[in-house]
Write a protein that binds this ligand. Sequence first.
Ligand code: UT7
Length: 318
Amino acid sequence: MIRARIAGVGGYLPERLVTNDELARTVDTSDEWIVARTGIRQRHLAGPHESCAFMATRAAEGALRRAGVEAGEVDAIILATATPDEAFPSTAVYVQAALGLATGFAFDVSAACSGFIYALAAADAMIRVGTIRTALVIGSEVYSRILNWQDRTTCVLFGDGAGAVLLQAAEGGPGIISTHLHANGGLAGLLYVDGAVGQPERSGQLVMKGQEVFRHAVSKLAAVVDEALSANGLTQADVDWLVPHQANRRIIDAMGRKLGLPPERVVVTVDRHANTSAASIPLALAEAVEDGRIRPGHLVLMEALGGGLTWGSALVRF
Ligand code: UT7
């Protein structure tokens, strides 16, 4: 049986770091409120040269390097983003060009904060059926472009960055065990960007009903965790690491408790990165693989919920 193995991980964070106290100078908020309600202490914000494609390319290069794979071996680049550099072409083709490739194919996935899970599921399926053997799956976001910097209920929550994994086809052994995807477009009004290219009458800014999204996140993520385990005949005790989407420390802690995992078995970056949407899971993975927490043989559960609403999980043996 062919499996998609995660052979390398990489991440990129913008150079500029912005603390809660810095934000509190321009918007009516405080470090105390942000830490207590979200766990966020700081975020990285992209400078003019740190485009979605630039950050994605840096993360992809890290994943290739750690996998020991040449860019020329990549068959597909699947990039999850809600903040592409242009409406088209996809940001993925700019990454392809920046990596010096003119072979294979590349496309973007739009599923907001669940984008990385969606992109991983697409790559996994194509590897399993033999369409491709090697794929870069990337999450890259520049939410600083779509935030209303006067709206304290949203602007304090997000950060910029990119993360990537290099997937390779392997016979049996470790790899992606399952993915589960969900969407409910009837809930689109809870979290969206108001407008698109060519609609100057609209703000182009992120709008969120935070409390309602929070409520859906806690219940739907608990359900996908159960779904992932029961589909594979596994129990909570089998999971070595939870690598959740990093939106809010309170949601992350609730999922850790639900899995009966001690806090030291949950990878948390929201305190330092804030919510980087589709980049948050691969950035967290990159950190925990690099520092040696996630090791070969470990079973890792990833879950995310975001605009759409979209949500899903991926269960991976490293
Ligand atoms: O990644 C996609 C998925 N997104 C999520 O999962 C986000 C889910 N939602 C959340 O994480 C939380 O709902 C928030 C962090 C967005 C908000 O936390 P909350 O505990 O639900 O706060 P709230 O919206 O109920 O607001 C409580 C109070 C309000 O004041 P009043 O009405 O009680 O006087 C807000 O106006 O806090 C006020 N507030 C703030 N105060 C200081 C809201 N934002 C701020 C702020 N600084 N930045």
